[in-house]
Design a protein around this ligand. Structure first.
Ligand code: AMP
Length: 639
């Protein structure tokens, strides 16, 4: 059996690791480099790509053909991208799935990621002296189905059999050796990398991991800090240029210049993690103009502190979801290159009220202190950017049977459900459910002689179907039958990779349709964080919408039954018929107060009118029931 390796496919860097004689190690490439920049350069049509460091070197020179941060676009559609997302130095297409046009060909993000993965595969095969074909690949906990599927495809394109798609924070906790704690412990994993942020809360019980809550932002990371610095420096550069060149036209930024500035900004940012000041020099930035500037850590912190502060509500939300307070946590671990920044460490220590925190201590501290009082301990690693890859290698070894006393349990980041009558979301698998998971529900038809049912699969936290993301839709057909008779069972199954499989079965005939959401790359996945925030922000409105829509459905059903009753009982007392009609009219009028978006109206009036109509039609309903009984008894020859 071939070795299984662990891969951290990062936004800025990727790493491959494996367990060798029981020890997880990051594998270096032929030149001894452990971190491979996730950058691919296409020198020309049908020419071999350059991957990693050489590609990174020509990024400023060939911005349009050197692709970086591709992870941001995995499994995403152009329509979902904000202006900020599109801020890359290479072009993107404008419709459908995000693609990158290079030398007249359009590449999917997974095809570009596959180039990075293929390089890692070559490196590790060379290092081992045998071909490596199996891998565990990590993704941010917030990646949705389409993003996970795209990652898996990238692995397959690179020639790997992808054994598991693993959440990054879970991998990190494994790397920090937290499974060795052996007793009940709760850990927060704060992961700020190049392009994504995740906060996950894990619970450990006798060496078993369970992710009990997770929150994140797929669009927040070190790249954003770099961008802030670029904007700031560009402002100074323009000012300086104007001062030195009075009367000349303003400087214009172009992709090559931006790429060069970004590189300088990132290097300055990294340096400011260990130094309090840095001298920036950009000779011959434009012909005849060089730029020098002294940048301090204080300025960097002022420019970026609000970006770091954006992680606060996400951390608090995860704690609230887990029903925990900071004092319930035993440890907070830091993952991702950006957590080396002193501001980030101070921020996390402060937010989680960590009791043990020293900015100078850079060593990895394992184990937890049973005598601690107050808040959790902050656990920092010298190489926070290696933790995920090392954890993936440990998971790979577990799968290969090398380490067997550990079980991994992950959770769903967002609720999954179906659209039901009235355009509401019916949740089948709630957010933060442990995966793998299966859940099902039976649905009946709403209309007589209905022949098919639309299964519309949704992901999100909002009450109204249209406010959630549509993962896909398909139709199941069945033999026409009276309303409520045809029944369709729908089952959702999320496998260990977090990929959703939907099955719909006609109960009568057993005929079933299975849709593997892996192929449904046409997924509307906006920002997960935004979704959760919106659901919190709109909680009251959403509740009002649900109440209104449910009341409307009830009103419509009661009105339909009333009309049927009035038509069936032709001999009703005239005065009673008028009373029923008046009550029905009042329901119709209350329904007419519905707002244009069909999400609200005069709810108290509608409810009062339904209950009056219910009340007044009770004798009518009794009569209909008697008539039905009589007909049935006659039919059976009893009377
Ligand atoms: P990762 O995705 O974990 O590889 O993290 C990459 C991000 O971490 C990039 O934005 C880097 O600029 C940033 N980074 C790496 N090292 C440092 C450092 N020493 N100080 C601040 N940021 C860093």
């Amino acid at each position: 059996m071939s070795k299984i390796v662990g891969i951290d496919l990062g936004t800025t860097h990727s790493l491959v690791a494996m367990v060798d004689s029981g020890i997880p190690l990051v594998v270096a490439d032929g030149e001894g480099r452990r971190l491979t920049p996730s950058v691919v350069h296409f020198p020309g049509l049908d020419q071999p790509t350059w991957v990693g460091v050489p590609a990174n070197h020509v990024r400023a020179l060939h911005p349009a053909t050197t692709i970086y941060s591709i992870k941001r676009f995995m499994g995403r559609r152009c329509e979902e991208l904000g202006e900020k997302d599109r801020q890359v130095d290479y072009p993107l297409n404008s419709q459908g799935l995000v693609k990158v046009p290079v030398h007249g060909r359009e590449y999917l993000p997974e095809e570009i990621s596959a180039e990075v993965l293929a390089k890692l595969r070559r490196d590790v095969s060379e290092s081992l002296g045998e071909p490596v074909t199996r891998a565990v690949i990590t993704v941010p906990a917030y990646f949705n189905d389409a993003q996970r599927s795209a990652t898996k495809r990238a692995g397959e394109l690179a020639g790997f059999q992808v054994e598991r798609i693993l959440n990054e924070p879970t991998a990190a906790a494994l790397a920090y050796g937290l499974d060795k704690l052996g007793e009940t412990a709760r850990v927060a994993v704060y992961d700020l990398g190049g392009g994504t942020f995740d906060l996950s809360i894990l619970e450990l019980k006798q060496g078993v991991f369970q992710v009990i809550a997770t929150h994140g932002d797929t669009r927040l990371g070190g790249d954003d800090l770099d961008q802030r610095l670029v904007d700031y420096l560009w402002g100074i550069i323009c000012h300086e240029w104007a001062r030195q060149n009075p009367g000349k036209p303003q400087l214009e930024i172009h992709p090559g210049l931006r790429a060069r500035l970004r590189e300088a900004a990132e290097q300055a940012k990294i340096k400011l993690s260990s130094d309090t000041g840095v001298d920036l020099a950009l000779p011959f930035l434009v012909p005849g103009f060089s730029f020098q500037h002294h940048l301090t850590r204080d300025v960097l912190e002022q420019l970026t502190h609000d970006l770091i502060a954006r992680t606060r509500p996400l951390c608090l939300q995860a704690l609230a979801d887990a029903r925990l307070q900071t004092s319930d946590l035993d440890q907070v671990i830091l993952v991702g290159g950006q957590t080396r920044m002193p501001l980030v460490r101070r921020f996390v220590a402060d937010l989680f009220q960590c009791v043990e925190f020293s900015e100078t201590r850079g060593n990895l501290r394992l184990g937890h202190d049973p005598h601690k009082s107050g808040g959790p301990a902050l656990n920092v690693s010298q190489n926070p950017d290696e933790a995920v890859a090392l954890g993936a290698a440990i998971q790979a070894e577990i799968l290969a049977g090398g380490l067997n006393n550990l079980l991994l349990l992950d959770v769903t980041p967002l609720s999954l459900g179906l659209e039901t009558f009235g355009g509401l979301m019916n949740v089948l698998i709630p957010r933060n459910s442990t995966i793998p998971v299966k859940a099902g529900e039976l649905f009946t038809t709403a209309v007589d002689q209905q022949k098919s049912m639309l299964v519309h699969v949704l992901q999100g936290e909002r009450e109204r179907a249209r406010d959630n993301w549509s993962l896909g839709r398909f139709t199941i057909e069945f033999a026409p039958a009276a309303r409520g008779l045809a029944r369709v069972g729908v089952q959702f199954e999320i496998d260990a990779n977090g990929i959703l499989h939907v099955l719909a079965r006609d109960i009568q005939t057993g005929r079933q349709t299975t849709v593997d959401m892996r192929s449904a790359v046409d997924v509307d996945d906006g920002a997960v964080q935004q979704m959760v925030e919106e659901s919190v922000e709109n909680a009251f409105t959403d509740l009002a919408i649900r109440r209104w829509v449910e009341s409307r459905l009830k009103a419509e059903a009661t009105l339909a039954a009333t009309r049927e009753g009035l038509a069936a009982c032709t001999d009703l007392d005239g005065e009673y018929r008028r009373q029923v009609q008046a009550a029905a009219k009042e329901v119709e009028e209350a329904l007419a107060t519905e707002t244009e978006d069909r999400g609200n109206g005069d709810l108290p009036r509608l409810k009062a009118s339904i209950s009056s109509l219910d009340e007044i039609t009770r004798p009518l309903a009794d009569r209909l029931m008697d008539q039905a009984m009589e007909a049935m008894l006659k039919q059976r020859g009893i009377i």
